[in-house]
Write a protein that binds this ligand. Structure first.
Ligand code: CP
Ligand code: NVA
Length: 300
């Protein structure tokens, strides 16, 4: 089994991963993987959290992470993703890959004999969406009571994965961004098959009743050439204290990080009392471990 997309996980799979995470948190059982399990981390883009949480995670489960920077691998000289997937899976028990193009991770996974985990592509960030829903659920006990307003770049990888995960778990999600800037059509239509997903350009309407306000960078990795244009396009959708007045009084603020204070979010908000961003970031370790344990259980 691979986790390339939230589409690869049923609602029951996600709840199972959250259950494993809860057990790890409460330290109910001394969880471990098969002795000397190895995780190949093949990364084409930078990472602070995802890389470290998976490396620390596998090491805490008794295994070892092996980081391969794509730029210093033979990928830089054109080696195919299918060959890389085939080879890494003959050395390691799991592969986590952060690639530019989603099609490339699909090609890698099709040729891998071990589970491949998407550590972010241009289209999805599924492990982040698991972290996000798990974190929300530790504050709002019923998934059906969660109402998310995702603000800013509503066509980004984190929005795609979050809209699938939220709707599958019966939460509500509004995508709030500039007029005529639309979410990814395929992800939006899929999310609509599962449940409640809406698009707004009006901040007032989009935030009405939201108890989670979520944002991500305006300039994702790979979009640096359009940075000025994107900052201008999304500037009215900055998460600041005035914008928060439109959400529920008890609304909590989330961000997958890295944050750009003064762009998509103000320092006052991200470092303020409504922010659960640091708890969200901390949960990446718990979910990385839960995902590895879940995949190893699936293989038994
Ligand atoms: N949220 C997240 O994926 O962070 P990194 O890019 O640091 O891994
Ligand atoms: N949308 C962002 C997420 C970073 C974790 C990016 O792709 O750069």
């Amino acid at each position: 089994m691979n986790i390339l997309s939230i589409n690869d996980l049923s609602k029951e799979d996600m709840l199972r991963i959250f259950d494993i995470a809860d057990n790890l948190k409460e330290n109910k059982e001394q969880a471990s993987l098969r002795e000397n399990s190895t995780l190949a981390l093949f990364f084409e883009k930078p990472s602070t959290r995802t890389r470290t949480s998976f490396e620390a995670g596998i090491s805490q489960l008794g295994g070892k992470g092996i980081y391969i920077d794509a730029a210093t691998s033979q990928r830089s000289r054109g080696e195919s993703y299918s060959d890389i997937g085939k080879m890494l899976s003959s050395y390691c028990d799991f592969i986590a890959a952060r690639l530019y193009k989603h099609d490339d991770i699909v090609e890698m996974a099709e040729n891998s004999a071990v589970p491949v985990i998407n550590a972010l592509t241009d289209l999805e960030h599924p492990t982040q969406a698991l972290v996000d829903m798990y974190t929300m659920n530790s504050h709002i006990k019923n998934f059906k009571d969660i109402s998310i307003a995702f603000i800013g770049d509503i066509a980004t990888n984190t929005a795609n994965s979050l809209m699938l995960a939220a709707t599958k778990l019966n939460s509500r999600i509004s995508l709030v961004g500039p007029k005529d800037y639309m979410p990814n059509n395929a992800y939006f239509n899929k999310a609509r098959e599962h449940g409640l997903v809406y698009v707004y350009d009006s901040i007032k309407e989009g935030l009405d009743g939201a108890n989670i306000v979520y944002t991500d960078t305006f300039v994702s990795m790979g979009q640096e050439g359009e940075a000025d244009k994107r900052r201008e396009m999304f500037k009215d959708y900055q998460v600041n204290s005035k914008l928060l007045e439109y959400a529920s009084q008890d609304a909590l603020v989330m961000h997958c990080l890295p944050a750009h204070r003064g762009e998509e979010i103000t320092a006052e908000v991200i470092d303020g009392p409504r922010s659960i961003v640091w708890e969200q970031a901390k949960n990446k370790l718990l979910i990385a471990k839960a995902v590895l344990l879940f995949l190893s259980l699936k293989q038994q």
